[in-house]
Design a protein around this ligand. Structure first.
Ligand code: SAM
Length: 328
């Protein structure tokens, strides 16, 4: 195995040490190398600028770390907020959040706290759990999981800018057991069966083969582990799912959007038990919108201006459901 870069060992060595005494140690034979390689291979032209942002983040003492979904962040130091803001804005676009860093509010495209508030009453305690969040974006929900008592929260997301944003937030939060690996779900050793809870939120409709994704998730969970699945759904009967002919809400990579009944059947065919839909909420332009921290077009520009019940492609406007299930 090639030597770990200082960038990786500084940020991930504590994870490797933690995993040695857990069932996740079986991943350790390849994880360090995977992370090392991903930070080399997935770099693009902006990497030097992002790395510089991370290097320039000020060291600020954290009197209080906030892990409640309605306020994820840190407080206690006076800092030059304008300077911090212009530094962190170099990591634009900030999609998931919001974060509160020593008085600076990072007002992201999504109100990710609202998603957490919809699911939190249903998932039970996460105390002492090891958790995986597949496609976790910049890791907003990893902090919520720690706030709910998790012992370890690991996220995977192949988008390097999201990982850099996470590392910037973690710089201020301190040494908590939350880690975001720059990997895809397919990079996790199949059949690990080691996580107490696995989250997959906003990922299923991006997968060309949704049943394979559900099987992948099942095989990462320990027996009787909990799946938290959040995805787009459409109205309709059992068996139906929408396959957009081309784009959906301007997104290129949307494949299957099932009805709730269809998704229940998919989960059941994949062996999940105790399947239940605990929430179904239309996505509003108050929850996903352009802000100073995400200056590109957002949901409003993806809806039909004459009929916001449908997208610009004349397909049903986004509605998201949260399903819980247990692995066999
Ligand atoms: C719609 S976002 C959802 C983010 C977050 N889970 C949430 O609910 O707010 C989907 C995420 O999945 C990530 N993703 C795409 N392909 C993936 C893969 N193969 N494995 C893991 N994550 C992936 C994307 O980079 C993106 O951050």
């Amino acid at each position: 195995m090639p030597a770990l870069s200082p960038f990786v060992s500084t940020r991930y060595q504590s994870l490797f040490t933690h995993l040695e005494s857990t069932p996740l140690r079986h991943w350790l034979d390849r994880m360090p190398d995977q992370i090392n390689q991903a930070f080399n291979d997935r770099r693009h032209g902006d990497w030097p600028a992002w790395e510089q942002v991370l290097e320039q983040l000020p060291a600020l003492a954290a009197d209080q770390v906030h892990l409640d979904a309605d306020c994820i962040g840190v407080s206690g130091s006076h800092c030059d907020q304008a300077a911090l803001k212009s530094l962190l804005l170099q990591l634009h676009p900030w999609r998931k959040g919001p974060y509160h860093i020593h008085g600076l509010q990072i007002d992201t495209e999504w109100r990710s706290d609202w998603k957490w508030q919809r699911l939190a009453p249903h998932i039970g305690s996460l105390k002492r759990q090891r958790i995986l969040d597949v496609g976790c974006g910049n890791g907003f929900h990893l902090w919520c999981m720690l706030g709910a008592g998790a012992e370890l929260a690991i996220g995977v997301d192949p988008t390097l800018l999201s990982v850099v944003q996470f590392l910037a937030i973690k710089h201020f939060m301190g040494n908590w057991p939350a880690y975001l690996l720059p990997l895809g779900v397919e990079d996790i050793p199949a059949g690990l069966r080691a996580f107490d809870t696995v989250f997959s939120m906003g990922v299923l409709y991006h997968r060309r083969s949704p049943l394979d994704h559900l099987l992948e998730l099942r095989n990462l969970l320990k027996p009787d582990g909990q799946l938290v699945l959040e995805t787009l759904v459409v109205d309709g009967s059992a068996g139906y799912s929408l396959l957009p002919p081309d784009r959906y809400a301007r997104m290129r990579n949307v494949w299957f959007i099932p009805t709730c009944l269809t998704l229940e059947a998919w989960l059941s065919r994949c062996g999940f038990k105790r399947i239940r839909c605990v929430d179904r909420t239309p996505t509003r332009t108050t929850e996903q919108r352009s802000t100073e921290w995400m200056r590109f077009e957002s949901l409003a520009a993806c809806l039909d201006p004459d009929n916001p019940q449908q997208t610009v492609e004349k397909l049903p406007a986004p509605v998201r459901a949260i399903f819980l299930a247990e692995s066999p």
